[in-house]
Design a protein around this ligand. Structure first.
Ligand SMILES: Cc1cc2nc3c(=O)[nH]c(=O)nc-3n(C[C@H](O)[C@H](O)[C@H](O)COP(=O)(O)OP(=O)(O)OC[C@H]3O[C@@H](n4cnc5c(N)ncnc54)[C@H](O)[C@@H]3O)c2cc1C
Length: 307
């Protein structure tokens, strides 16, 4: 049987010193939901595993109107899904979390692990991108901040340097008249990764009809999850008619560069990007316009099995 040393980090500094000491032989783990699968498959075989799950304070979720939402890297997907501020102000993130696996996995999986695993299909990633998340990173040379848009470098590859850990994600406070939604297309429904995932965020001007800001992020249709910048720019400053939403959805379709795999062909995924972008924009627009959508309804919308 293959063995590894299991080292328990007492605090952040201790974790970083363990990672520095063991270098490339070491891998940090949080919920271990990706780690155990990858280890069993033989993809990851570190000589030493540094468990960061016990580091106190890194699992906190806080919100303030000045600073927005701070998600400690160890916050579980379940804690995010059930957080009242997330549900109220960051609906796309709450729906990303609710679409994620089953409750047992959500109780173990951390947002930091989802981000650092850097799967193009990670379910929290489109919403984090669409809410302009910034990454708090700490390593041997101190702390730094990096926009999430610069964090992903390829499937499974991130901007983290040796010995560095992701410590938190910070999402600015959404302005008034903002609504958002994430939809995951997954033909199997539960316990499967996204075939396509789209998060849209809309902010309206005071007049309640003109788009002040629009943010659209796509998952599972490129080597990394990304913002569909051209689609966003087609909406800003305009009244959001069905035609405007359709044009943005088409631009998102052009931005997608999916591959064929067991979950769907590239052509099918492009169709799904267009459909989900239009649908997430429609719901985000309604919410931005003041329509209350109970979380149960958002949960129902969050996973689409068929079209
Ligand atoms: C049955 C099952 C269903 C799943 N369903 C979904 C799903 O529907 N949607 C989805 O998106 N994912 C899904 N996953 C994948 C997985 O649960 C998520 O990616 C999860 O968020 C990973 O978090 P974790 O804490 O378990 O990470 P871990 O497994 O502990 O770590 C994952 C990776 O991130 C690194 N890492 C973790 N935390 C940090 C940190 N703070 N700083 C630096 N590096 C770090 C680790 O070294 C490792 O490389 C599923 C997994 C399983 C087993």
């Amino acid at each position: 049987m293959l063995r590894f040393d299991f080292l328990q980090a007492r605090n952040l500094r201790h974790a970083i010193s363990l990672l520095e000491r063991h270098g490339e032989e070491a891998r940090p783990v949080a919920g271990s939901t990706d780690f155990l699968v990858r280890w069993r498959q033989g993809f990851w075989r570190p000589a030493c595993v540094v468990n960061i799950k016990g580091i106190s304070g890194l699992g906190r979720i806080t919100y303030s109107p000045q600073n927005g939402l701070r998600l400690g890297a160890l916050a579980t997907v379940q804690a995010i899904e059930t957080n009242a501020q997330v549900r109220r102000r960051y609906q796309a993130l709450a729906t990303g979390a609710t679409s994620f696996a089953g409750v047992q996995v959500r109780n173990l999986a951390t947002v930091g692990g989802n981000v650092c695993n850097a799967s193009p299909a990670g379910d929290t990633l489109p919403a984090l991108l669409a809410f302009d998340a910034q990454c708090g990173i700490t390593g041997p040379d101190g702390a730094r901040i990096l926009p999430l848009t610069e964090f992903f470098q390829g499937p499974g590859r991130t901007a983290l340097q040796p010995g560095e850990l992701l410590t938190e994600l910070v999402l600015p406070p959404p302005p008034p008249r903002t609504g958002s939604l994430y939809i995951k297309h997954s033909p199997r429904g539960a316990m499967d990764i996204a075939t396509v995932g789209v998060a849209s965020v809309i902010t309206l001007e005071e007049d309640g009809v003109t788009c002040r800001d629009a943010r659209i992020a796509l998952g599972a249709v490129g080597p990394v999850p990304f913002r569909a910048a051209e689609a966003e720019s087609l909406l800003k400053g305009r009244e959001l008619s069905p035609d405007a939403l359709a044009q943005a959805a088409e631009a998102a379709r052009h931005a997608a560069t999916p591959i064929d795999d067991v979950r769907g062909t590239a052509a099918y995924r492009k169709d799904m990007v267009e459909a989900l972008t239009r649908r997430t924009l429609q719901h985000a627009l309604r919410m931005a316009g003041g329509r209350r959508v109970p979380f149960e309804e958002q949960r129902r919308l969050a996973v689409q099995t068929a079209f």
